[in-house]
Design a protein around this ligand. Structure first.
Ligand SMILES: *Cc1c(COP(=O)(O)O)cnc(C)c1O
Length: 226
């Protein structure tokens, strides 16, 4: 991360590392916390809730980064501190209702499908600005920026195109709602390029915690060969 910041003349402090801990057991996360990691990112809400209960004695910031079905919104709203995959008004409504009941707020990133692959969640780029215009009505949601998963491809030009598109969309969205400020993009395989293209948050799992036993298709249905 420091190298990528230096290459792009960005202060290292401008880019936040969000460790992604899916499949990493709670007892290992205790060691991570002892080593200074204070925020854990999870893709699946049940897994996150289980770890949260197991680690309730530790002050941890929970970040939910994966697609959330509306019927699981209430569970996420109970304890999540930030959510990176907001992609529908129904979901925004369900989160907002539960947050209001609990007197909580939630930092959110709006997910955009920048790769034009139908295996991924997120709003179509054309649907983004109308969606941004609805955000003020969800008073418990604190919009922070946009999030994307780049194309799963060895073609780095294609990957970079996804990051550039998200940045351009962020610039447009920020003119409608200045709270849309950050870019959540970049994972183990592409975080350096994401930083070069302006990422403010990189979501990194395997490069920190080692290879996952589950294939990526478990998280992104429809994906083949990953
Ligand atoms: C798992 C995951 C990541 C991190 O992927 P790694 O390959 O482990 O770095 C980032 N974003 C989301 C949404 C994820 O589900």
């Amino acid at each position: 991360m420091a190298d990528a910041c230096a290459r792009s003349s960005r202060p290292r402090a401008d880019v936040r590392l969000q460790p992604i801990t899916k499949t990493v057991p709670a007892n290992i996360l205790r060691f991570a916390h002892a080593a200074g990691v204070t925020s854990f990112g999870e893709n699946k809400i049940q897994e996150a809730a289980g770890k949260r209960d197991a680690l309730s004695d530790l002050p941890i910031r929970w970040s939910i980064v994966g697609h959330l079905q509306t019927n699981k919104a209430a569970n996420a709203a109970r304890f999540a501190d930030e959510f990176h995959a907001l992609d529908s008004m129904r979901l925004a409504d369900a989160l907002n209702a539960r947050l209001a009941r609990d007197g909580r707020t939630l930092d959110v990133y709006v997910q955009v499908n920048t790769s034009d692959e139908d295996t991924k969640f997120g709003l179509h780029p054309d649907a983004l600005l109308p969606f941004i215009d609805t955000l003020p009505r969800f008073e418990r949601l604190r919009p922070r920026g946009l999030m994307t998963l780049a194309a799963f491809s060895d073609d780095m030009v294609r990957v970079r195109t996804c990051f550039r598109l998200l940045r351009r969309l962020r610039d447009e969205a920020a003119r409608r709602d200045s709270r849309i400020a950050e870019l959540s993009m970049g994972m183990s395989g592409d975080f350096e390029m994401a930083i070069e293209e302006g990422a403010d948050v990189v979501r990194v799992g395997q490069a920190i915690f080692g290879r996952r036993p589950t294939p990526d298709s478990h998280y992104w249905p429809g994906l083949v060969g990953a």
